[in-house]
Design a protein around this ligand. Structure first.
Ligand code: GUN
Length: 281
């Protein structure tokens, strides 16, 4: 059984990106990322801190905007507009979730598609559907990168994705179909989840429910990718998968923490470099 070490792979990618940033700076391109966080969600605060630190590691300029929970939608839109025309900023990321008085869709649609390094804008997610993406969504791209760098083929494979979110499940399904996989997407209304999971050569769980995926749901030798980020009673980070038991049956598995999470951030940095190259043209 192989542990798919996302932390190690992300360090390799960051080293590659660092070299690329040096090359860009020689051409007068200084990649910049703006991150907006609203309110005091502690998980979001950790994610944003990690993103800022990753930017520093590879030499990307970053600006963090920490806004009060009660900020108005108009003020938030005005900030996005300002960043859209800020030449130092090539990527804009609005950390989700947003407070309920703000219409998430309006904010996401206000981000210039050329700076939408999360790939949340309807235009960009439409391009994922068509297989024409400029910025692949970060978590799905991170999963594909783990598989690619671990030489795990997906073409022709039976893939089961548990979770149908706009950020992970749905775009990942499209991207895997575009790569020639046969994809089943399961969710909270799925009947016989266990049976469907047992058919998977590669099982991806992106639900956010600790202990959802147990060993009786895994085909011998399957690859298991855990996108879950759950806190247990002691505050420890755990995935959706019963790691100890499932790892006895799987041929390869991602741990939590240290699996998909660091790869998501590496893909965000990669998208920011891509954006800096296109915006600066
Ligand atoms: N909240 C949870 N995951 C993400 C992500 O990938 N991007 C943003 N912007 N917010 C998130």
């Amino acid at each position: 059984m192989k542990i798919l070490d996302g932390k190690k792979l992300s360090q390799e990618i960051k080293a590659e990106l660092k070299t690329e940033v040096l090359g860009l700076k020689k051409q007068g391109i200084f990649p910049g990322l703006a991150v907006i966080i609203v309110g005091n969600n502690s998980a979001s605060e950790i994610y944003v801190k990690n993103k800022k630190q990753a930017c520093e590691e590879v030499g990307i300029y970053s600006e963090i905007y920490k806004l009060e929970e009660k900020i108005s939608q108009i003020s938030l839109l005005a900030l996005v507009e300002k960043l859209n025309s800020n030449e130092k900023i090539h990527g804009i990321l609005v950390q989700l979730p947003l407070p309920t008085h703000i219409e998430k869709e309006k904010i996401i649609s206000a981000i210039s598609p050329k700076k939408d390094v999360d790939c949340f804008h309807p235009e960009n997610i439409g391009k994922v559907f068509l297989g024409q993406e400029i910025f692949p969504p970060c978590t799905p791209a991170g999963i594909l990168e783990i598989l690619k760098r671990s030489e795990i083929e997906i073409t022709g494979k039976d893939i089961v994705i548990v979770g149908r979110s706009n950020i992970v499940g749905k775009p990942l399904a499209l991207m895997m179909i575009n790569e020639g996989a046969t994809v089943t997407v399961c969710h909270s209304k799925t009947i016989n989840l266990k049976e469907k999971c047992l058919g998977a050569d590669i099982l991806v769980s992106a639900v956010g429910y600790a202990g959802l995926i147990t060993k009786d749901m895994i085909k011998q030798g399957a690859v298991v990718i855990d996108v879950g980020m759950n806190r247990n009673d002691e505050g420890k980070l755990t995935g959706d998968v019963d790691f100890l038991e499932v790892s006895k049956i799987a041929s390869a598995i991602t741990p939590v923490p240290g699996g998909v999470g660091p790869m998501t951030i590496a893909m965000l940095l990669k998208n920011t470099l891509r954006a800096s190259k296109t915006v600066s043209k």
